[in-house]
Write a protein that binds this ligand. Structure first.
Ligand code: CA
Length: 219
């Protein structure tokens, strides 16, 4: 279980972060001030902290100085215009930053990347009877190895990193094929169909009208 501390005093943003990360399978706690956040890290073990810069009382930078020796990865949340805040955050030892307003897919990708870099991820992802070993890249269904192509594997990882979130065909294409989307969705559709069939995920990867696809994980 990966535990994330969200330190953000704007409640709608804190709620959005909490909801999105919880839906993606993380366990989250929220704190509204630097003092409360410092108390929280004293009480529980966290794998990652999402830290807003502008906080009442102790701000994000001051808190970062307190957190740095603890070795917990930190992603700063900064306002769009505050370029120097981003640089200052990184200099203080933050692992990454995210700029408000952010897209959920970007947030999840950054969280995943930082956790992976800091070796905080579980190497094995389990969804139903499917297990994915992200170190060896071996995928099994009911204990049997499922051979996937490189693109199918990349597609699977993208879905797993964005559980219960509708992904646009464009986003899928750009992330998996690392090319600009030229309006041909058949490549994406074909690969989704292949992945569904191989994993028995006909009901799990659902088509979202006018958007694309969503991986449904409700366990
Ligand atoms: Ca704030």
């Amino acid at each position: 279980m990966i535990r994330i501390l969200i330190v953000e005093d704007e409640k709608p943003i804190a709620d959005l972060l909490d909801m999105s990360l919880t839906a993606a399978g993380y366990t989250c706690d929220c704190r509204m001030s630097g003092t409360e956040a410092a108390d929280a890290v004293g009480e529980k073990r966290y794998d990652l902290i999402l830290l807003d810069v502008m906080l009442p009382g102790i701000d994000g930078f001051e808190l970062m100085e307190y957190l740095a020796p603890l070795g917990i990865p930190v992603i700063f949340i900064t306002a769009r215009s505050a370029v120097k805040d981003r640089i200052k955050g990184l200099k203080l030892g933050a692992d990454d930053y995210i700029v408000k307003p952010f897209e959920i897919a970007e947030l999840l990708a950054r969280v995943e990347t930082v956790l992976r870099r800091c070796h905080k991820t579980d190497d094995t992802i389990v969804v139903g009877d499917v297990t994915v070993d992200t170190q060896s890249r071996v995928v099994k269904r009911g204990g049997e190895v499922v051979p996937l192509t490189a693109k199918e594997y990349a597609l699977l990882l993208l879905f797993l990193q964005n559980r219960n979130i509708a992904l646009f065909r464009e986003t899928i294409y750009e992330r998996v094929w690392e090319n600009d989307y030229m309006g041909d969705s058949r490549t994406v559709d074909l690969h989704v169909q292949r992945l569904r069939k191989k994993l028995g995920w006909q009901d799990r990867i659902t088509a979202v009208y006018k958007v694309g696809y969503r991986l449904e994980v409700r366990e």
